[in-house]
Design a protein around this ligand. Structure first.
Ligand SMILES: Nc1ncnc2c1[nH]c(=O)n2[C@H]1C[C@H](O)[C@@H](COP(=O)(O)OP(=O)(O)OP(=O)(O)O)O1
Length: 177
């Protein structure tokens, strides 16, 4: 997909006549051991699932600053740099607000991994992810991450928040548009 088409795809997604709430999702990567840091969510939305680190973007910050802040708050790691690898849209039956999730990787970070009130972090082999304990969409787009392929994707969830009723995953050249 060329950049103009990507922009159109995102514009379409953002104008499905529903408001979007902005979120971030960051996966720290250890490239030497091919490992990724996941966190077991201990409370709130997504409790008892493994995920990357992230949350809502505050009104006074950029999406990237929000990603770095949430990573620090939830894992103790300070990212010097994050690289956007994907853009996800989630739509839930009976929910008038969609989620727009900006997905980042980082292998440039410092600090000690700590367990926080929200997350219990654990390193996993990047090609042996615990998908059965993750959001149902994760196994659909993670292969793009492994291939170093940027992507946009849209998932429609049934009201149980678990069953995917429709999905679109599109490889893209760039997420700068
Ligand atoms: N389906 C799916 N796949 C992958 N990742 C996610 C989902 N749904 C999601 O919500 N997420 C991600 C997006 C965010 O990184 C988190 C949810 O953020 P949340 O914990 O609700 O936001 P915070 O701002 O940290 O919330 P509180 O601190 O107010 O609890 O999961």
């Amino acid at each position: 997909m060329d950049n103009r088409s990507v922009a159109k795809y995102v514009e379409d997604a953002e104008h499905l006549e529903m408001p979007h709430r902005l979120f971030t999702l960051v996966f720290p990567i250890d490239p030497v051991n091919n490992c990724v840091l996941l966190g077991m969510k201990k409370r709130g939305f997504g409790k008892d699932k493994y995920n990357g680190f992230g949350g809502k973007v505050e009104p006074n910050e950029s999406i990237e600053s929000g990603a770095i802040r949430e990573l620090a708050e939830e894992s103790g790691l300070l990212a010097k740099r994050v690289d956007k690898c994907g853009l996800l849209f989630f739509y839930f039956e009976n929910d008038p607000v969609a989620m727009e999730v900006h997905v980042y990787l980082t292998s440039d970070f410092s600090g000690q991994v700590i367990e926080t009130e929200e997350m219990a972090p654990e390193w996993y082999s990047a090609d042996k992810m615990p998908f059965e304990q993750m959001w149902a969409d994760d196994s659909r787009w993670w292969p793009m991450v492994l291939k170093k392929q940027k992507f946009t994707a849209r998932f429609w969830f049934f009201s149980d928040m678990t069953t995917i009723t429709r999905e679109e995953i599109v490889p893209v050249k760039s997420l700068e548009f």
